[in-house]
Design a protein around this ligand. Structure first.
Ligand SMILES: NC(=O)c1ccc[n+]([C@@H]2O[C@H](COP(=O)([O-])OP(=O)(O)OC[C@H]3O[C@@H](n4cnc5c(N)ncnc54)[C@H](OP(=O)(O)O)[C@@H]3O)[C@@H](O)[C@H]2O)c1
Length: 336
């Protein structure tokens, strides 16, 4: 497996997003099946595992900790805090953002316990809590680095301006933001800011939550708790138009001698050496298919055609519904 740099860490060019093993896209797999995905990834050379307190409200970190504890020295462990489960007035645990220093400290300590480790290699602020100055949130995370609980810091879904403010408090090692052929907002400013500051860019949802992997033929069949049901691009008003784009995309993948998911990942890897995609999957066959993308060679001409086929001008619908959009700080393309 080829490698890329995230600050002091040399990691596999493609990491593993662990979220789907506990959260997001329908029912999670059994613990045994989830462990098989994690251990196969490790065997195949993956050395970057990405989790968060949010995923399954702690269940994903517990799974990663339990399964990979014996191999802790072999990989870079990334997790996130500041977005997670909080009890509502009725005592039900609901999703919320809280970036206050004292809450972040609690998040971090809970994550260390669930992950069964003394130190997290890369710890992201999952969302900037706009009620708290970024300097205060990152300042507290910086103290946890000094205390040896965290090795390096990251931010997720932030603007270039917020990255620069945070970087002035403590060096930011990675930004994790959605980036794929169909989610190009990162190209407006944040990828360039990362380049200038020497910050790695970790691309989440790199196969567009299955769309670019030819993986969601019928959105009506998605399970009730699948988060794609609330994402505009997967709804009946937009998805048929998006599916049309896949026809030409499949032809380009065929010409490149790879699968649509591999073409999507190869395109991302070609956007710059600081970009590290972290596709997620519940399936070992999809995992291995995705990892092969690090070793294939696709011509610049075919990559350019892939980029012309699927981009912010050709895709139908906004990236996020209103609520999720209000939670992020990233630059946006002007409305058409
Ligand atoms: N920082 C953030 O706010 C944030 C937000 C979202 C995600 N993330 C991170 O990014 C990781 C990946 O993002 P993601 O899971 O949202 O999106 P993704 O990796 O783009 O897509 C995952 C979906 O694509 C399908 N898929 C993957 N490879 C496939 C293949 N080769 N063939 C067919 N289908 C395939 C998976 O289904 P199968 O299970 O059937 O393969 C799953 O439904 C997450 O695990 C998480 O660690 C971070």
């Amino acid at each position: 497996m080829k490698t890329r740099k995230i600050g002091p860490f040399e990691v596999s060019a493609i990491g593993l997003g662990c979220m789907n093993l506990s959260h997001a896209y329908g029912a999670p797999p059994s613990e045994a099946d989830a462990a098989r995905v994690l251990l196969t990834a490790l065997d195949a050379g993956v050395t970057l595992f990405d989790t968060a307190a949010l995923y399954g409200f702690g269940a994903n970190e517990t799974l990663v900790g339990k399964t990979l504890k014996a191999h802790r020295q072999k990989f870079t462990l990334a997790s996130k805090g500041g977005l997670g489960g909080f009890p509502d007035a009725q005592g039900k645990v609901v999703r919320g953002i809280d970036g206050r220093p004292e809450t972040l400290r609690r998040y971090c300590e809970d994550s260390l316990r669930r992950l069964q480790t003394d130190v997290i290699d890369l710890y992201y602020l999952h969302r900037w809590d706009k009620k708290v100055p970024i300097e205060d949130s990152v300042g507290e995370m910086s103290r946890m680095v000094e205390e040896g609980k965290l090795r390096t810091l990251g931010l997720s879904e932030v603007s270039a301006a917020t990255l620069r403010r945070a970087h002035a408090v403590h060096p930011i090692t990675a930004v994790q933001t959605e980036y794929s052929l169909w989610a190009r907002e990162a190209e407006i400013a944040i990828v360039q800011a990362c380049r200038e500051l020497g910050v790695a860019f970790v691309a989440f949802s790199p196969v567009a939550r299955g769309f670019l992997a030819d993986g969601v033929p019928d959105v009506e069949a998605l399970e009730a708790n699948d988060i794609r049901r609330a994402m505009p691009r997967f709804t009946a008003g937009h998805y048929p138009a998006n599916l049309e784009l896949l026809k030409a995309f499949r032809v380009i993948a065929q010409e490149a001698g790879c699968t649509p998911s591999q073409l999507s990942l190869a395109w991302l890897l070609a956007q710059g050496p600081e970009i590290i995609p972290i596709p997620g999957t519940k399936r070992v066959d999809h995992l291995l298919e995705n990892l092969r993308a690090a070793d294939i060679s696709v011509s610049p001409e075919l990559l350019a055609r892939a980029g012309d086929c699927i981009n912010q001008r050709t895709v139908s619908g906004p990236r996020y519904a209103e609520r999720s959009q209000s939670e992020v700080d990233t630059e946006q393309f002007p409305a058409e």
